[in-house]
Design a binder for this molecule. Structure first.
Ligand code: UGA
Length: 352
């Protein structure tokens, strides 16, 4: 598993060990989040483009799961070349070698490939995004938001070509706003920059700051609990025939909420966990102010998951009302003390 130290990887590794009689080569530049010390895991701290890495994993492993990417929208318009390298260039040798050796590849792409809105096969507006029918709608090149989408789409096309015209046994997964414990980072605590919305909101709640609603927060996302993602990947592993050469949307259409609603739900779960805290506040912020130039957005992103249901027997299970309280609990436990220490340090510095 390349990218095993990321958010999804850190949930997937222990789940695979529990479910399958397997060994895992867990590769990542940083394995801190992988809180799993099972002897069946070989922890390899390396970049995917490190010399010899691709040779090694494709020789040793029956299945390669590729999860590496720079997947925060704030990065698409600030470090686009790194985003293209991480999502495309650095993964090309891995895909090529898997194809040459006919090693099964389960590749994580993104819901971002669909772009601004859901379109049907004729390019007309529709409600849900469909793996095998939807057209893609990206903004102009100057809107660097779409750098990532475009790079991920091109790698999907490379993988597809190796499968259609070569011997690559592949499955592509397009995750839709997966959330859970250990997602991204908290700025100033264990990372710098702007993480995705869940971590942004948790950071604001823990610091007692208003939750920033970009453009007012009317845009919508269908959020899925990471446990549903883990189950989907297990089903893919268990069904090599049904999943070969397939692209799957993995998301939860029943958890489609506006960003303002997500903020409210998180604030409520936070208030339940820490009732002594002052009530959360919200503030509208423009996209240009929050992300800088080059940002663009998707107003709604709902997956059609019927194909996963049909071929994998998979259906997302967890609703937001049950997902959010344990996520909030984990953030409070993991970060509460560190955020409090950082805030009192900065108060000391400003009063000095
Ligand atoms: C991102 C990635 O680009 C996708 O590749 C990935 O599939 C997806 O996350 C995911 O998590 O699956 P996006 O949904 O736009 O896409 O990412 P977020 O950063 O989580 O933003 C969601 C929405 O919340 C956006 O409209 C954003 O403007 C808004 N937002 C974000 C706020 O209103 N406040 C914040 O503090 C942060």
């Amino acid at each position: 598993m390349v990218g095993a130290g990321g958010f999804i990887g850190s949930h997937l590794v222990p789940a695979l060990l529990e479910r399958f009689a397997c060994q895992v080569d867990a590769v990542d530049v940083d394995l801190t989040k992988l809180e799993c010390w099972d002897p069946r895991v070989r922890r390899i701290e390396a970049r995917v483009e490190a010399p010899g890495l691709v040779e090694d994993v494709t020789e040793r492993c029956q299945v390669v799961i590729s999860l590496t990417a720079l997947c925060n929208p704030a990065q698409y318009s600030t470090i686009p070349l790194e985003v293209i390298d991480a999502s495309f260039t650095h993964l090309l040798p891995l895909v090529k070698r898997c194809a040459e050796r006919a090693v099964r590849l389960i590749h994580f792409s993104t819901a971002e490939v669909y772009g601004r809105t859901a379109l049907d096969g004729q390019g007309l507006p529709t409600a849900r995004m469909h793996e095998d029918d939807s057209c893609f709608l990206l903004g102009p090149v100057g809107r660097e938001r779409w750098t990532y989408s475009c790079a991920k789409q091109l790698l999907e096309r490379v993988i597809w070509a190796h499968g259609q015209h070569g011997a690559l046994p592949f499955t592509i997964i397009r995750p839709f706003n997966t959330i859970g414990a250990r997602m991204d980072f908290l700025p100033g605590i264990d990372g710098e920059g702007t993480p995705r919305v869940l971590a942004c909101f948790m950071s604001a709640l823990l610091r007692g700051e208003p939750l920033p609603l970009v453009g007012g927060g009317a845009q919508r996302r269908a959020f899925m609990d990471v446990s549903d993602m883990v189950e989907a990947v297990c089903r893919v592993l268990e069904r090599p025939k049904q999943s070969r050469g397939q692209i799957f949307n993995i998301g939860n259409p029943d958890n489609n909420v506006s960003i303002a609603e997500l903020a409210r739900l998180l604030a409520d779960a936070f208030a339940e966990r820490l009732p002594e805290r002052a009530p959360a506040q919200f503030r509208a912020v423009s996209a240009a102010e929050f992300y800088g130039p080059g940002y663009d957005d998707t107003q709604e992103r709902i997956p059609d998951v019927q194909k996963a249901q049909r071929l994998l027997g998979w259906k997302p299970q967890r609703r937001l009302a049950t997902s959010l309280p344990p996520i909030v609990h984990d953030y409070v436990e993991r970060y509460g003390a560190r955020v409090a220490a950082a805030s009192s340090l900065s108060q000391l510095a400003s009063s000095a």
